[in-house]
Write a protein that binds this ligand. Structure first.
Ligand SMILES: Nc1ncnc2c1ncn2[C@@H]1O[C@H](COP(=O)(O)OP(=O)(O)OP(=O)(O)O)[C@@H](O)[C@H]1O
Ligand SMILES: O=P(O)(O)OC[C@H]1O[C@](O)(CO)[C@@H](O)[C@@H]1O
Ligand SMILES: [Mg+2]
Length: 531
C-alpha cells in the first residue's frame, strides 16, 4: 500500500511536494536538511525518531535576508551552554593546564603541574570550525545537503574544542566522575584513561568511576572506583570498560540526588544516543537545582549513528573486526561447491558497519542495510540474484545489518532495559529462506552463516580509534574546565568541536542512499536494486 506525506519547507521544494511512501522512498533517501520535516508516521515506520522542531521549517526563502536569519538561528542552536548563563558572576581563574611543564618535585601538585613559562597554546573562545565543507552547485548532486531549494552555500560554524586560558573550576574544588553506559564499544578504556590523565594535569585529585553505567548512581552495593593515572595507565590495552556498562537504571532526579550527595561537580558520560539524552537531562536538572556542575558527553557507538560527526570512536575498530567475519564467509563460500556465505553485523537502525565492512573487505556481493528496502523473493529479489551469482561466479557473500529487512520478521514488541526495541534476527531469516529457496528450485547450495555479534565490539581499539579516543577524552576535560555543560565532543571535517547535546541526538544518523559512500558500496558489490 502507498502512503503519502507532504513535507513543508517553503515555496520551492527540492523534493516533489508530495512524497509517495513506496519502498523506494526511505528516510535516508530524503535530503538530510528536509528529514526533520517528515511526518512522525513516516518516520515511525522507518524506526527513526525525528526532531519536533525543524531547523528549516518556517523559513521564507523569498526573503532576501533568509540566509543571515538562518545563520543567526544556527549560531543560537549551536551555542554551547556555559556556567555563566546561570551563574553570571561565576569566577574565572587562569588555567592550570600547561604543556610546557617541569617534572613535579613532589607528589603534591594541587595547583597543576609546575611551569615556569607562560603558556600560549590555548584555544580562543571565538574559534570556530566549519561544519559542512562541500559547496553543492545543485540539489541533484549526489549526497547534496541543502538548506534552501537552490542549495545555496550557507556557512555553518561550530565551536572549536580545546584548552582555554580561563577556567571556571579550581582543581582542588573538583570531584570528577566518569560513567560508561549502553553497550560496549572499543575505546571506552582509552577515553576513561585520557580523561583521568588530563584531569590530573589540571591538578584534580578527586576522580572516581561510577560502576555499571547510570545504575552505579543508585545501587548501593556498587561502590565508586577511585581513579588515578596509576590505575588507568594500561587499561587501554584491553577492550570493554574498566567501569562496566549497563542499560536502564535510575531516574534523572535520582542520579542528580546521588551526584549532590557525593559532591560530584564534573561528570563525564560516555555513551550513545540514549546515554546522551540522559546526559542532557542531567545537565538540565543540575541547572534547575542551580548546581555548579559541568556535564560533558563523549559519543560512543560502533553503529556510528550520532549526527554531524565524521565518525564516532569504536566504529573503525568494529569495521575492521567485521571485515574478518566477511573474509571467513568468503573463504567458506569460495571453497565450498556452490557456497553462499551470510554475515550479520550489528547496526540497529544504521547500516554504517555493514556498508563500510563490505567496502573494506571487497568480498561482499550483496550488502543489505536498514535504510534501503529490498525483496528476498521474486525476479528482482536477493534470492534470484544469489542464484545468478552461483551460476556465474560459483559462490556468493551476503552481508546484512541487523536492522535490515525487519519488515520480513514478526514483531515481538520486546524491549531492553533502556526501552530499545529488540529486533528480529534477519541473519537467521535470510539463511533459512536461502536454504529453502535452493531446495525448492532443486539447485544445490552450501549455505554458511556467520554472526560475529559481540566479537566486533568486545575488542580493544585499533590505532585510529585510539587516537580519536585520546583527543576526545582530553577535549572533554578541557570543555568542563572551560565551564561548558550539556555539551558533547566530536570530530567534524577532521577538526575537534564542542556541540550542544540536543543537536547530535535529535534522530539517529543513518546511511543516506543518495550519498557517494552508498554509491561506492554498490559499485564495489555490483548488486542490483532488489525492488
Ligand atoms: N531519553 C532518555 N532520558 C534519560 N535517560 C535515558 C534516555 N534514553 C536512554 N537513557 C539511559 O541511557 C542509558 C543508555 O541508553 P541505551 O541503552 O539506549 O544506550 P545508548 O547510549 O543509546 O548506547 P548504544 O549505542 O549502546 O545503544 C540507559 O541507562 C538508559 O536508561
Ligand atoms: O546486546 P546489547 O548489549 O543490548 O547490544 C546490542 C546493540 O548494541 C549496539 O551495538 C549499539 O547500539 C547495536 O548495534 C546492537 O543492537
Ligand atoms: Mg541506544
Amino acid at each position: 500500500m502507498m502512503e503519502s506525506l507532504s513535507p513543508v519547507i517553503g515555496p520551492k521544494l527540492v523534493l516533489p511536494a508530495k512524497i509517495s511512501l513506496s519502498d523506494h522512498v526511505t528516510f535516508g533517501s530524503v535530503l538530510p536538511s528536509l528529514r526533520p520535516n517528515l511526518n512522525r508516521k513516516f518516520c515511525k515506520k522507518l524506526q527513526v525518531h525525528v526532531e519536533k522542531k525543524s531547523p528549516t521549517s518556517g523559513i521564507d526563502f523569498s526573503d532576501p535576508d533568509w540566509k543571515s536569519k538562518y545563520q543567526k538561528d544556527f549560531e543560537a542552536r549551536f551555542n554551547i551552554p556555559h556556567l555563566t548563563d546561570v551563574f553570571e558572576d561565576a569566577a574565572a581563574y587562569p588555567s592550570t593546564f600547561c604543556l610546557r611543564m617541569r617534572t613535579p618535585v613532589t607528589e603534591d601538585f594541587a595547583d597543576g603541574y609546575p611551569s615556569d613559562e607562560k603558556w600560549h597554546g590555548y584555544i580562543n573562545n571565538n574559534d570556530r570550525v566549519l561544519l559542512k565543507v562541500i559547496n553543492y552547485s545543485s540539489p541533484t548532486s549526489a549526497g547534496a545537503e541543502c538548506i534552501d531549494p537552490d542549495c545555496t552555500w550557507v556557512e555553518q560554524w561550530v565551536h572549536r574544542a580545546g584548552p582555554r586560558e580561563k577556567i571556571y573550576f579550581k582543581p582542588e574544588d573538583v570531584k570528577a566522575a566518569v560513567v560508561t553506559c549502553g553497550g560496549l564499544c572499543p575505546g571506552l578504556n582509552d577515553v576513561i584513561r585520557q580523561i583521568v590523565i588530563t584531569l590530573e594535569i589540571y591538578g584534580v585529585k578527586k576522580i572516581v568511576g561510577i560502576p555499571f553505567g547510570y545504575r552505579g548512581f543508585s545501587e548501593e552495593e556498587l561502590a565508586e572506583m577511585p581513579l588515578s593515572r596509576k590505575v588507568v595507565q594500561n587499561v587501554h590495552l584491553s577492550g570493554g570498560s574498566l567501569l562496566g556498562v549497563s542499560r536502564g537504571g535510575p531516574s534523572v532526579s535520582e542520579i542528580v540526588d546521588s551526584m549532590e550527595e557525593r559532591g560530584i561537580n564534573m561528570l563525564f558520560i560516555l555513551g550513545g544516543n540514549g546515554t546522551h539524552a540522559g546526559a542532557n537531562a542531567i545537565h538540565d536538572e543540575c541547572r534547575k537545582r542551580r548546581l555548579k556542575v559541568a556535564v560533558v558527553g563523549v559519543p560512543k557507538t560502533i553503529d556510528n549513528d550520532i549526527l554531524l560527526m565524521d565518525k564516532t570512536f569504536g566504529f573503525d575498530t568494529a569495521v575492521e573486526e567485521a571485515q574478518r567475519a566477511i573474509n571467513s564467509a568468503y573463504i567458506e563460500a569460495h571453497s565450498a561447491y556452490r557456497g553462499i556465505g551470510i554475515v550479520k553485523l550489528m547496526g540497529r537502525s544504521s547500516g554504517f558497519i555493514a556498508m563500510h565492512a563490505s567496502l573494506s573487505s571487497g568480498q561482499t556481493d550483496i550488502c543489505l542495510i536498514p535504510e534501503v528496502p529490498f525483496r528476498l523473493h521474486g525476479p528482482h529479489g536477493v534470492l534470484s540474484h544469489l542464484k545468478y551469482l552461483l551460476e556465474t561466479k560459483g559462490s556468493a557473500v551476503v552481508c546484512a545489518a541487523e536492522g535490515a529487512g525487519q519488515n520480513f520478521l514478526e514483531k515481538t514488541n520486546a524491549k531492553d532495559a533502556s526501552g530499545n526495541i529488540v529486533l528480529g534476527d534477519i541473519g537467521v531469516h535470510i539463511q533459512q529462506e536461502t536454504k529453502k529457496y535452493f531446495k525448492e528450485i532443486g539447485i544445490p547450495a552450501d549455505v554458511k552463516y556467520i554472526d560475529p555479534t559481540y566479537m566486533i565490539r568486545a575488542c580493544r581499539a585499533n590505532a585510529s580509534d585510539g587516537i580519536l579516543c585520546a583527543v576526545l577524552g582530553q577535549n572533554a576535560v578541557h570543555g568542563a574546565f572551560a565551564g561548558y555543560s550539556g555539551i558533547t565532543v566530536g570530530i567534524c571535517n577532521t577538526h575537534y568541536v564542542y556541540l550542544p547535546i540536543p543537536e547530535v541526538i535529535s534522530y539517529p544518523r543513518v546511511v543516506d542512499p543518495n550519498s557517494r559512500m552508498w554509491h561506492r558500496c554498490l559499485t564495489s558489490t555490483g548488486q542490483p536494486d532488489f525492488i
